[in-house]
Design a protein around this ligand. Structure first.
Ligand code: ADP
Length: 199
């Protein structure tokens, strides 16, 4: 008799939202509950900077001005994580994709393995709250790109011009799920969990 082995497909979640929306905070709870590997391109870039690598040196100046690093750089980092991480049910992408070309590259990378993005979970907060939250984080984490109001404003502008168009991209694909990011950490987490339980 023929027996069928069904392999569960890997899940690919995108955690979306403006800087300071609480993506990093919520990612910790999400990876634990759904057995995912968290990939934060910002954290990977900061690791390269701390290690003083060639890539880190190039990224440092851009990040400290509130600009994005080139698409190819982050795309390479993402592909490398997909290739090397095993033993999880899926990946949680935090801070990637951040431009339309990155979203298209992600689709192409996944399509090569007959995979696709599972869902985009978007944490939304008003612009006024972005500045307030990042300033609070600056006191705790000491990130160079959180230190100046000009840099934060540039990151917010970069988000609106380059990253926000992704909302339409994933909405058209039927993969966009928006979560209200205001309220306590636990309130936002529970909203995210009840959306994810349905995917
Ligand atoms: P934030 O909390 O501001 O969203 P991140 O830690 O995600 O910060 O990213 C910090 C910085 O790293 C960004 O402002 C940008 O310069 C760079 N970066 C992170 N992810 C990407 C990406 N996908 N494409 C280009 N640059 C990126």
């Amino acid at each position: 008799m023929l027996s069928t082995i069904i392999f569960d497909k890997m899940k690919y979640y995108i955690l979306f939202g403006p800087p300071g929306a609480g993506k990093g905070t919520q990612a910790t709870a999400m990876v634990e509950k759904y057995n995912l590997h968290h990939i934060s391109t910002g954290a990977l870039l900061r690791k390269e900077i701390a290690a003083g690598s060639e890539l880190g040196l190039k990224a440092k100046a851009l990040i400290e001005q509130g600009c994005l690093v080139p698409d190819e750089v982050v795309e390479g980092m993402i592909e490398n994580e997909f290739r090397t991480v095993t033993g999880v049910d899926g990946f949680l992408l935090d801070g990637f994709p951040r431009t339309l070309p990155q979203a298209e590259a992600l689709d192409a990378i996944l399509a090569r393995n007959s995979d696709e993005v599972t869902a985009t979970v978007s944490i939304m907060i008003p612009d006024a709250m972005i500045m307030e939250r990042i300033k609070g984080r600056a006191l705790k984490e000491g990130r160079a790109d959180d230190a100046s109001e000009d840099v934060i404003n540039n990151r917010i502008a970069t988000y609106h011009s380059q990253t926000e168009p992704l909302i339409g991209y994933y909405r058209n694909a039927g993969k966009y799920h928006e979560i209200d990011g205001t309220g306590t950490i636990e309130e936002v987490r529970d909203r995210i969990f009840s959306a994810m339980d349905k995917f």
